[in-house]
Write a new protein. Structure first.
Length: 253
């Protein structure tokens, strides 16, 4: 009942010409895909070019961040409505690189999620613990706090939000969470959604795993009952690699 979602987070990579070239090579490879929702999240500067490159395909566009105010004197920021205007349907919020490098906290993440929903964007809410937190048995507590703060007081419809469980120590390191640990945390997230909302919403919300997912390891994650897709950084930069992972999803479950 939950469609798989595979989202590529390009981070601060690719010029417009490179984005266009990616689309030219990627789209024919996924033209026949029916069972997987595919989202590509380029840097802001490539949103327009990707929006036109993806037109007519089923591949959707997402952004990597946004600001929570509607408009005004916020130099350097981009609003949710600007993202919609540029063709985005999704937005990644609370990525650990933003939390760790740019000081984004649960309070700011909450404001962004609220504005994204109000503007009609679907947030991909990133949660996950550091290595130290896992080693101190705090992983579930940290993820619980991140989720509770992010969604506090927000009414959700089924499918509004996807949650990406991304252990910080697995991002860009080549080290995966084990599929058992990833499944355990994704199930925990689903149970928390049931407590915060209801079982129906929890059952319909897509929960992704992210952290060094590649074509040769994605299958074991997608086979888990509570993992509904992947948020992919480094391995989403190559068209053949992202298409291969989408292909695994098309044939999974
Ligand atoms: C990410 O950026 O969300 C991510 C999971 O990165 P990587 O796949 O490179 O670990």
């Amino acid at each position: 009942m939950r469609r798989l979602l595979i989202a590529g987070n390009w981070k601060m990579n690719k010029l417009q010409s490179e984005a266009r070239e990616f689309a030219a090579q990627f789209l024919p490879r996924v033209a026949a895909v029916e069972k997987v929702d595919i989202v590509i999240c380029p840097p802001f500067t490539s949103l327009w070019v990707m929006n036109s490159a993806l037109a007519g395909s089923r591949v959707m566009l997402g952004a990597q961040n946004m600001y929570w105010e509607e408009q005004g004197a916020f130099t350097g920021e981009v609003s949710a409505l600007m993202l919609v205007d540029a063709g985005c349907q999704y937005v990644i919020i609370g990525h650990s690189e933003r939390r760790q490098i740019l000081g984004e906290n649960n309070f700011l993440v909450h404001k962004k999620i609220a504005r994204a929903l109000e503007t009609g964007l679907k947030p991909i809410l990133c949660v996950g613990e550091t290595l130290q937190e896992r080693e101190n048995n705090l992983a579930m507590q940290v993820v619980q706090e991140q989720l509770q703060h992010a969604l506090a007081g927000l009414s959700l419809e089924s499918g509004d939000v996807a949650v990406a469980y991304e252990p910080v120590w697995a991002i860009g390191t080549g080290i995966n969470a084990s599929c058992n640990d990833a499944q355990e945390m994704c199930l925990f997230i689903r149970k928390m959604l049931a407590e915060l909302y209801d079982t129906e919403l929890a059952a319909r919300t897509r929960i992704l795993y992210g952290g060094s997912v590649k074509a040769d390891n994605i299958e074991k994650f997608l086979q888990q009952p509570d993992i509904d897709g992947a948020l992919i950084g480094g391995a989403s930069l190559e068209p053949a690699s992202l298409a291969a992972m989408v292909g695994v999803g098309e044939n999974a479950k």
